[in-house]
Design a protein around this ligand. Structure first.
Ligand code: FE
Length: 209
């Protein structure tokens, strides 16, 4: 399968006024595209040419090819970010994810406070994540292009892009305002809930011999 820039899973104006079409034009059409374009050019004619993105990210991490890792991991993180968003009016968490957020954070409000604190407190560029690790849901953040798929035992459930290009056109330097909009209006809870259900199902599968 050859790599390409996946289209946004929603219309470019579907997240307005919380995330503008202009932001998405730059963020998806310029920034994300540049990461994908670099990755495609870098793997051309190498053994990774027809690998999927997960493999490219993990292989470049292991081989110490920092430039390929940074670009391919950013491509992967952005794919996950678009899947973490949903048009306005989406319901809050339901089902098992709602239950586990209650169990591990004490409630959805407490989860949102923890996620916002982590994201706002993260120095410079990176990503805030809701992850599943060690049998529980947790909030964390990674710097620059770092991604959960190169951390053993970490399963990503939800992410917010903390690079300024994610919010500068709409919120200038006010990362906290972007996080408020993200948590109140933009989180794709349905997809996150489905991801989490698949994680729990996988855990119940017997180990392959
Ligand atoms: Fe970004």
């Amino acid at each position: 399968m050859s790599l390409n820039l996946s289209p946004l899973p929603f219309d470019r104006s579907a997240l307005e006024p919380h995330m503008s079409a202009r932001t998405l034009d730059f963020h998806h059409g310029k920034h994300h595209k540049a990461y994908v374009d670099y990755t495609i050019a870098a793997i051309k004619g190498t053994p990774l040419e027809y690998s999927n993105l997960d493999v490219i990210v993990k292989t470049s991490k292991e081989s110490g090819d920092k430039r390929l890792f940074n670009n391919s991991a950013q491509a992967w993180n952005h794919d996950f970010f678009w899947q973490s968003l949903a048009p306005i009016g989406g319901p809050g968490p339901t089902g098992k994810l709602a239950h586990w957020l209650m169990r591990d954070f004490g409630g959805i409000d407490q989860f949102e406070q923890a996620f916002k604190k982590e994201a706002v407190g993260h120095f410079a560029s990176g990503w805030a994540w809701l992850i599943y690790e060690g049998g529980k849901l947790q909030v964390t953040s990674y710097h620059d292009a770092d991604t959960p798929i190169v951390h053993d035992g970490v399963v990503p459930i939800l992410t917010a892009d903390l690079w300024e290009h994610a919010y500068y056109l709409d919120y200038q330097n006010a990362r906290a305002s972007f996080l408020d909009a993200f948590l109140s209006h933009l989180v794709g809870w349905r997809a996150a809930g489905e991801r989490f259900e698949r994680v729990l199902l996988r855990e119940r599968e017997p180990p392959r011999s």
